[in-house]
Design a protein. Structure first.
Length: 262
């Protein structure tokens, strides 16, 4: 989770590269593989990403599961809410509809399975708590407990569109960075407000950023992790701004664009 400069040398998948900003694979390497699946996560590691972004909900039996939507319809073709199915049922459900099931069975993973996989890779993880519009009582505590079980506190960012979840996670785990997800600019001088609230990271939708917004955030010591940036011109703009984290569906493209062997 380092902030890199042109002269920094970082280790990535066993090779040396010149790094400009962290490349964070959005739902894994989801531009090619079914999102939020172990296949997409493993391919992101292979591509050389620095981190992985994923989304969590609770199953009907209270297990932390990785899927973006509240419903299974888009990714699994099943018109049911995630919260109506058990962990076992979800783990038998193919989440590959966004890729026409062309990769075979790609089940919905649990956060436990993912953390067991990622702990030895060196990558960090942005865990987005999906607590709006549906709120899952206890999801913050359950997610934090899993992170602590695998001793990954120093390789996690918690984020959410829900201010309450972000602030609650800061109370539960003050030492773990948290990020506020924003899709529309609603608050002037948000960097100052976040600094005063103890929130370290700002996660904006790329189109809402500007020179002025970036400067205000950085002046207040706020790290920016921007989503979802897939085009090369937009990636270069983020680099020119000094953005710390690039959240992208095409981590492979970003690695190819910004990193050369030394």
């Amino acid at each position: 989770m380092n902030i890199l400069t042109d002269s920094d040398i970082v280790k990535c998948s066993g090779e040396c590269y010149l790094g400009f900003m962290d490349i964070i694979a959005h739902r894994g390497l989801s531009g090619i593989y079914p999102e939020n699946t172990m296949l997409a996560f493993s391919k992101a590691v292979e591509a050389g990403a620095d981190g992985i972004e994923l989304d969590v909900h609770l199953s009907s039996d209270g297990e932390v599961m990785i899927i973006h939507d509240e419903s299974l319809k888009r990714t699994a073709g099943i018109d049911r809410p995630v919260s109506s199915m058990t962990r076992s049922e979800l783990e038998r459900t193919n989440a590959g509809k966004t890729r026409d099931d062309s990769f075979g069975l790609t089940p919905i993973p649990s956060l436990e399975e993912y953390l067991s996989f990622i702990k030895d890779t060196g990558l960090y993880t942005n865990i987005e708590l999906k607590t709006a519009p549906v709120y899952y009582p206890g999801i913050e505590e359950k997610t934090l407990a899993l992170v602590r079980r695998f001793s990954l506190e120093d390789r996690i960012i918690f984020s959410s569109f829900n201010w309450l979840s972000v602030l609650y996670m800061k109370r539960l785990a003050p030492g773990i960075p948290a990020g506020l997800l924003i899709s529309q600019p609603r608050i002037a001088n948000i960097g100052r407000e976040m600094r005063d609230a103890g929130i370290e990271c700002y996660h904006p939708d790329y189109p809402i950023l500007s020179d002025e917004a970036v400067a205000e955030l950085h002046d207040n010591g706020i790290r920016i992790n921007v989503w979802t940036v897939d085009g090369e011109d937009d990636m270069r703009q983020c680099q020119s701004w000094g953005i710390e984290g690039l959240i992208t569906n095409r981590a492979d493209r970003a690695v190819s664009l910004f990193r050369s062997r030394v």
